[in-house]
Structures are given as C-alpha cells and as structure tokens.
Design a protein around this ligand. Sequence first.
Ligand code: MG
Length: 157
Amino acid sequence: MQELLNKQLNQELRNAYLYLSMSAYFDDLGLKGFAHYFKVQAKEEVGHAMKIYEFIYDAGGKVILSEVPQPKTSWGSVSEAIEDFYVAEVENTKRFYELMDAARGENNKAVESFLKWFIDEQVEEVSNANELLTKVKMIGEHKPTLLMLDAKLAERK
Ligand code: MG
C-alpha cells in the first residue's frame, strides 16, 4: 500500500508539473487568465501530493520520492491543452479507484477512509475540466469570446 501511495504522490506532482507547463504555454500566448487558472491548479496538485505525504507518515510509513519527468511543453491549440487537462483528471480518477480497490482488498480501513476525500475531489476536478473543455470547444478560434473567458479565469481563487 505504501508503494502505491508513493506512486500516487508522484502522480500528483506530475500533474502539478503538467499544469505549470500549461500555464507557461498560456503565458506565451498572452492568455494571462488561463495561465493564472493553471498556476492555481498546479498549486492544488502540490497540495494533493502533500496530503498524501502527511498521510504516509501519519500511518507510520516512509515517503520515497521518484523522478518527475518533463511534461509536454506546447500544444497545437487552447482546446488541445484543455483536452489534456480533462484526460489527466479522468486518468487520475481511475488511479484513485484502483487505489481504493487495493485498500479494500487489504481491508485497510485507514487508507480507505483517507482515499474518500480524493474520490470526492476527483468528481469536482473532472467536472471543472469538462466544463472548461466544453467552453473552449464552443469558442474555437473566436478570439473576442476567448478573451472574455480568459478574463473570467483570471478571477480563480
Ligand atoms: Mg490532484
């Protein structure tokens, strides 16, 4: 179980790295609102990694950090980047379901209880990513509307 949790900790950092890379891509495009949105998202992922980190120690385990590979650094379009965001969150949800199955398989109630927060969180993450993807697909290449969305995303806390 400890190995699986360490793996998930690494995965959250990979996602943080991916979202920070998306932020840089949007900053390159001058889309400051999108860039801000993904900086906030990247911080959230680091927060998820830290939640797992603390749990591993609370449960008497040991954190072992592994390599975080270079993320993708550019995308063909805004939609393509947001599509990757959506896919990353869908895949992450699957990982938490697998972790939950493993915890249940071991009858590890502490891990099971810990994972519940993440499973709820993933519902929100996938929903947010899907909502954003739907919007950018609708907007397509229509710059004025894209800039309106960019201004909206700049407000993310
Ligand atoms: Mg996460």
